[in-house]
Design a protein around this ligand. Structure first.
Ligand SMILES: [Zn+2]
Length: 176
């Protein structure tokens, strides 16, 4: 199959795990299964014309939040999947502090979302496709492992990256 070109160039970068200084979460997580849930969420964003990005938050071995991008439908510039999922997770946990949490998201988090993850003290972030235009977990910035910040988290990229990137490419190709 020929690779479809698109102006947003959601390149599928090979995920290189970046190890932060925090201990890894105790629970063993099936990253691909969790990413499949995030992909289901991402597809739900298509129903209202939002860029298909989905995120889930795992605490212990439980999925406590699953959301998708709602920027268009809510008219809210901060309504990224990860932020909405962090809010739900904090509500479920009864605390803003999400120590031990894993965020699984189809696209590398932006600076806003990565900043929120630092503030939420999450343990790790697992993403699908890298975002060379806005990614802040290794592509443009790395807010996950900046020693000037008061928290660092582990980043694992490239989980089901083909499916995650294809969903975005198809969305932008269809908009042209
Ligand atoms: Zn974001």
């Amino acid at each position: 199959m020929r690779e479809r070109t698109n102006r947003h160039a959601w390149r599928a970068c090979v995920g290189q795990p970046t190890v932060g200084s925090n201990p890894t979460p105790s629970a063993m997580i099936d990253f691909e299964a969790a990413m499949s849930l995030a992909l289901d969420e991402a597809r739900a964003a298509l129903a209202h014309g939002d860029v298909p990005v989905g995120a889930v938050v795992i605490l212990g071995d439980e999925v406590v939040a699953r959301r998708h991008n709602e920027r268009e439908i809510s008219g809210d510039p901060t309504a990224h999947a990860e932020l909405l999922a962090l809010r739900d997770a904090a509500r479920a946990a009864g605390s803003w502090r999400l120590s031990g949490a894993t965020v699984v998201v189809t696209l590398e988090p932006c600076a806003m979302c990565a900043g929120a993850m630092v503030n939420a003290r999450v343990a790790q972030v697992v993403f699908g496709a890298a975002d060379p235009k806005a990614g802040a977990c290794g592509s443009l910035y790395n807010l996950a492992t900046d020693p000037r910040l008061n928290h660092e988290f582990v980043v694992i990229g490239g989980i089901l990256q083909g499916a995650c990137a294809a969903l975005l490419s198809e969305f932008f190709a269809a908009k042209r």
